[in-house]
Ligand binder design. Structure first.
Ligand code: FES
Ligand code: FES
Length: 152
């Protein structure tokens, strides 16, 4: 067992007596009570659990908490102060969500992609967004929202 320290959504967190192999998603949802990040497949296949670690998108269901030591973590709750991150605004404008279950992952994946590359190609957008599974089929609206965000 170990004590793991990291920063999450701008605040310091210290988790004591945790299994170093425990997925970070468990800590986020169960220890810290941040339930905006979703559990679905649990094997890095669907993207529902996507968060940012030091600015990069990762799948928190397979990310051991020991790897979070000293890192800056952002979840959907910390992406913006008032749900006004450009990706969130574009998602609302394009009315992307249906059931909503996958949308945390979609938004976090999109935000990381655009931070790394403000002008991704259609292929890059499809590769990133297509890897986050949406059973409601919101991909056409995701495409529309992303087209409003990409700098021409
Ligand atoms: S729940 Fe993590 S990728 Fe599916
Ligand atoms: S909005 Fe329902 S799974 Fe994506």
């Amino acid at each position: 067992m170990a004590t793991i320290n990291f920063t999450i959504n701008g605040k310091k967190a210290s988790l004591e007596d945790v299994d170093p192999e425990m997925p970070l998603l468990w800590a986020i949802r169960d220890n810290l009570g941040l339930t905006g990040t979703k559990f679905s497949c649990g094997i890095a296949q669907c993207g529902a659990c996507t968060i940012h670690v030091d600015g990069a998108a990762i799948r928190s269901c397979v990310y051991p908490i020991s790897a979070a030591e000293g890192k800056e973590i952002t979840t959907i709750e910390g992406l913006s102060e008032n749900n006004d991150h450009p990706v969130q605004k574009a998602w609302i404008e394009a009315q992307v969500p249906q059931c909503g279950y996958c949308q945390t992952g979609q938004i976090m994946a999109a935000a990381a992609l655009l931070k790394e590359n403000p002008n991704p190609s259609d292929e890059e957008i499809e590769a990133t967004m297509g890897s986050v599974l949406c059973r409601c089929g919101t991909y056409p609206r995701i495409k529309k929202a992303m087209s409003q965000l990409v700098k021409k």
